[in-house]
Design a protein around this ligand. Structure first.
Ligand code: RB5
Length: 148
């Protein structure tokens, strides 16, 4: 049986939370592709959002977890890749809906906005909730074809 690989990345605004979730997911049997950061030095969040998006595009991981201070900047970065549907989440309901309605393949948190226990619950919900399909299929399909 193959183990699912989850990619994870953050900027300096969420290092402690990222390391916490890496340990948490390893403990739950997932393979983790940790794309950094690995230290407290200030970095640019787009670089890490793009790294994670590229890893999904290349098939190195099937789903991802991203974090920056607010979660906002790194969401914007990752969502510039058409392969990514990154959802910034603050509670368990948002985590559930990001899967049921949006088929999100990346969950995003603000390291300065959410505690580690709630973050664990959101990650569990994200990883264990199926896409509902149906009417949402058409809408999610449109996300891959913006009228640019
Ligand atoms: C870094 O200080 C901060 O701007 C970044 O982590 C994030 O909140 C940006 O959206």
């Amino acid at each position: 049986m193959s183990t699912e690989t989850i990619a994870i990345a953050c900027d300096h605004g969420a290092l402690a939370l990222k390391d916490h979730i890496v340990s948490y997911l390893k403990g739950r049997g997932f393979d983790i592709l940790d794309l950094g950061v690995s230290g407290p030095d200030s970095v640019d969040y787009p670089d890490y959002g793009y790294k994670l998006a590229q890893s999904l595009k290349d098939g190195q991981a099937s789903r991802g977890v991203l974090m920056c201070g607010s979660g906002i900047g790194i969401s914007i970065a990752a969502n510039r890749f058409p392969e990514v549907r990154a959802a910034l989440v603050h509670d368990v309901t948002g985590a559930r809906l990001s899967r049921e309605h949006n088929d999100a393949n990346v969950i995003v948190f603000g390291g300065r906005m959410i505690g580690s226990d709630l973050c664990e619950e959101c990650v569990d919900t994200f990883l264990n909730t199926e896409f509902e399909g149906g009417r949402h299929e058409r809408r999610v399909g449109k996300l891959s074809n913006p009228p640019l």
